[in-house]
Design a protein around this ligand. Structure first.
Ligand SMILES: Cc1cc2nc3c(=O)[nH]c(=O)nc-3n(C[C@H](O)[C@H](O)[C@H](O)COP(=O)(O)OP(=O)(O)OC[C@H]3O[C@@H](n4cnc5c(N)ncnc54)[C@H](O)[C@@H]3O)c2cc1C
Length: 375
């Protein structure tokens, strides 16, 4: 399997490309005359058909170029402030601390170049080494990743269903789930795992089709590591719900968070939903928003599992499953590492390149973060 890991030339090409002039708005778009019998629904009929989806939803995506442009403008005018620390907090992210442009980008109601240039204008005005500049640069990194993931998918569509390393085939597969796993999977899909932050995130996904990055990653490790359900099933479920569902990003991220990528790194992350609850939703606004049955409960009560409602007890022991299944995934990662090291081939060079890129990025961001906070 050939994978392009040469980031340095890609980096230069990317910035050159995004700095080019925007395409002028076309005077006329010639749409194909399909001439087939498609039922034409009025707005009222559409509302009737999808009423259950719209009921009770107070946060909703609005479509179209005008709204996409407005969303970008509000992000550039003030919402970018504090992006770097708010983006991992599900309540702040839901309230607009992240751009919420992903669906627009995927539907084509705004282009990556428009976003790049709009945000670069802001960047040019910000003081060097300021927190604001750090936030904006962090955001621009993510916009670049969007395109990088798309490009990789274009060359390697098979990675949307195939493990990057075959050593994982026995552990992660799209085979039907047995009854026990199916039960865990259903509880996860419905947001009834007994872990409030996982459940609030999954119900947010089910209702509005969106989740912030950190909660997506946490829900992945809960399903793949703790429940032992393959990333194939989770990725497919996410795609069926996400308004920004993008197979290039979604499926790669599922593999990455499930621990089946970057094997040269000796560690991989398994998110603790209890620790994340305390750190990322300390006021419980996010949990109260999506789990009405937990309103009125204190953090202490949630941590102790003392519920005054019929909210479920945990479907599994997080620590124990982390230990057992985390070890299985770690061992497979080591198998991959050992093979690549023994072969010393191109694949090994690429894997080392990928690991070093990730490590270098983390080190640079860490240093910048310390600088802006005087640490
Ligand atoms: C398991 C998992 C699945 C995901 N699936 C998708 C998906 O289907 N579609 C999707 O657009 N993003 C996906 N992401 C990445 C990320 O969670 C979303 O892009 C982000 O939450 C969208 O919200 P936003 O537009 O407010 O993002 P912002 O934080 O404002 O980011 C700006 C833009 O950068 C891009 N971006 C942000 N984070 C990433 C990332 N980690 N990797 C690649 N591009 C990124 C998006 O296009 C986004 O609109 C996934 C992440 C995980 C962990």
């Amino acid at each position: 399997m050939q994978l392009e890991e040469n980031y340095s030339s890609w980096w230069v090409d990317y910035h050159d490309y995004q700095k080019r002039s925007l395409y002028p708005t076309p005077q006329q778009i010639d749409t194909p005359d399909l001439n087939i019998d498609i039922p034409q629904l009025t707005i009222a009929e559409l509302q009737q058909k999808y009423h259950s989806f719209l009921e009770g939803v107070s946060y909703r995506y609005l479509g179209g170029e005008t709204f996409a442009q407005k969303t970008l403008e509000s992000f550039v005018s003030h919402r970018y402030q504090g992006y770097h620390w708010k983006m991992s907090r599900p309540w702040q992210a839901q309230q607009g601390a992240t751009s919420h442009l992903s669906a627009h980008l995927d539907f084509g109601t705004i282009s990556a170049r428009t976003m790049y240039q709009g945000v670069h204008k802001l960047l040019d005005r910000l003081p060097a080494k300021s927190k604001a500049q750090y936030s904006v640069k962090t955001w621009l990194d993510r916009l670049r990743w969007h395109d990088k993931f798309s490009q990789r998918h274009n060359h390697h569509p098979e990675l949307a269903w195939q493990n990057r390393y075959p050593e994982f085939d026995a552990w992660y597969s799209d085979a039907d789930l047995d009854a026990d796993k199916q039960k865990l999977f259903t509880a996860w899909c419905e947001g009834k795992t007994g872990y409030p932050l996982v459940d609030a995130s999954m119900r947010q996904l089910n209702q509005i089709g969106w989740m912030n990055f950190r909660m997506r990653a946490m829900c992945v490790t809960f399903l793949t590591i703790n429940c032992g359900v393959s990333w194939h099933h989770g990725a497919e479920y996410f795609m069926s719900r996400l308004v920004d569902g993008n197979i290039a990003i979604n499926h790669w991220q599922w593999q990455a968070q499930a621990g089946s990528l970057n094997p040269m790194s000796k560690t991989f992350r398994i998110y603790n939903p209890t620790k994340n609850l305390e750190e990322k939703d300390p006021t419980l606004q996010f949990v109260y928003c999506w789990l009405p049955e937990l309103r009125g409960h204190s953090m202490q009560q949630l941590l102790a599992g003392e519920y005054k409602s019929d909210y479920p007890q945990p479907i599994l022991d997080w620590k124990q499953t982390r230990k057992v299944n985390g070890k299985i995934v770690s061992n497979i990662r080591k198998e991959v590492r050992d093979r690549l090291e023994a072969e010393q081939g191109e694949e090994y060079q690429r894997a080392i390149g990928a690991r070093d890129t990730v490590d270098k990025y983390a080190a640079v961001k860490n240093k910048q973060y310390k600088d802006i906070n005087g640490l």
